[in-house]
Structure formats: structure tokens, C-alpha cells
Design a binder for this molecule. Structure first.
Ligand code: AMP
Length: 187
């Protein structure tokens, strides 16, 4: 029913994401999810909404991208009955790693996984908080491939659709709970 949302006591997920202009660099509107994480009911709602599209997909591992992808990804993994694999920033993992570098909406970085983190043929879902340009998620997909695992899909809490990150993710199924369209002043 159309009125349901308006009459709910809890704030909607979007209301618990704070826009922080010019962070970490001028021109970037940072999507701060800490208010959402601090709200237990919103967290359950968000994690279920992220897990729902994949419940029948036999996911063996959720690959979460450091650092907010760890928080959301680990909860999605529990929800799906899957294991969790952390994709970490360089030189954090103690054993042999695969590494992939990528360009960010702001800056440049790399992520790494242990070479034995996802056995060949296992099925992996990639999870992060924001899909922006798609460079980070594409690098995560290359890590899944390097391990010989199968990429089931990409799941994001938020997608900045105007950056067209999906175009870098190929035909792999991709879902985001909240989509943000063109910047207000550009609309
Ligand atoms: P990208 O590789 O451009 O898709 O950027 C995605 C990664 O950068 C994710 O790990 C996000 O956490 C982070 N990120 C990019 N843009 C934003 C933003 N506007 N607000 C918060 N995080 C962002």
C-alpha cells in the first residue's frame, strides 16, 4: 500500500544515510552509513534486502570489500548461510595473496585475498556499501576469477547510478537496495 511507508514509525533506510559534501575530497558527496549501522532495526532491514535476491543462488562465499563491505558483507554471509572472505587493502593479509589495483571515484588503491580463500568452482557473491564508478567491484571480480571461483553476482547497499558503474560489471547479475540518481543541482 502506498501509505505504508509514510505511517511507519521507523525511518526509511535512505533517511539513515547522511550525505557529507566534499569528503574525503572536494566535489565528492560521501554516503555515510554510520547512522544506519547504529539503528538495529534498519540494519536488519538493510541486510535482509541485500540477501533476498541471492537466497536461491547457492552462495558459498560472500566477498566483502574493506572496510564497510566487511560490516555489511559479513552480515549478508550469515543471512545466506555462506562463508565470508575479506578483500583487504595491500599488505594486511599474512599469507600468499592475489592482488588487483583499481581507480576510485577518489584516488587509487588495491585489494587482496588469500590465494586459497575461495576454492576453484565455489560460488561467490561480492558485497560492498556503494557502487560508484565500479572500479573496486570490478577488481574484486578479478580476484574471484584469480582464485578460480565462480562469480554469482554483486550486491550493494547503494548505487550512484549517474556514475554508470554497472557498465564495468559486465553481464553479472547486480543488485542495489538504494539507487541515487543524478545530483540534485544537475537534475
Ligand atoms: P568505485 O570503485 O568508484 O565504484 O567506488 C566504490 C568504493 O568506494 C566503495 O568501496 C565505496 O565504499 C567507496 N565510495 C565511492 N564513492 C563513495 C561515496 N560517494 N560515498 C561513500 N563511499 C564511496
Amino acid at each position: 500500500m502506498a501509505g505504508d511507508h509514510a505511517h511507519r514509525a521507523e525511518p526509511r533506510l535512505e533517511e539513515l544515510v547522511r550525505d557529507v559534501p566534499d569528503f574525503p575530497t572536494p566535489g565528492i558527496v560521501f554516503k555515510d552509513i554510520t547512522p544506519l549501522l547504529a539503528d538495529p532495526r534498519a540494519m536488519v532491514e538493510a541486510v535482509r534486502a541485500m540477501a533476498d535476491p541471492w537466497r536461491g543462488s547457492n552462495v558459498d562465499f560472500v566477498l566483502g570489500i574493506e572496510a564497510r563491505g566487511f560490516i555489511l558483507g559479513a552480515m549478508v554471509a550469515v543471512e545466506l548461510g555462506a562463508g565470508f572472505v575479506p578483500a583487504r587493502k595491500p599488505d594486511k593479509l599474512p599469507r600468499e595473496t592475489f592482488s588487483e589495483s583499481y581507480g576510485l571515484e577518489y584516488g587509487h588503491d588495491a585489494i587482496e585475498v588469500h590465494t586459497d580463500s575461495m576454492p576453484a568452482g565455489s560460488r561467490t557473491l561480492i558485497v560492498d556499501d556503494v557502487l560508484a564508478t565500479g572500479g573496486t567491484a570490478a577488481a574484486a571480480a578479478r580476484l574471484v576469477g584469480a582464485c578460480g571461483a565462480e562469480l554469482v553476482g554483486f550486491e550493494f547497499l547503494m548505487e550512484l547510478t549517474f556514475l554508470e558503474g554497472r557498465s564495468r560489471l559486465g553481464r553479472t547479475p547486480t543488485h542495489a537496495v538504494i539507487a541515487y540518481g543524478p545530483a540534485k543541482d544537475a537534475a
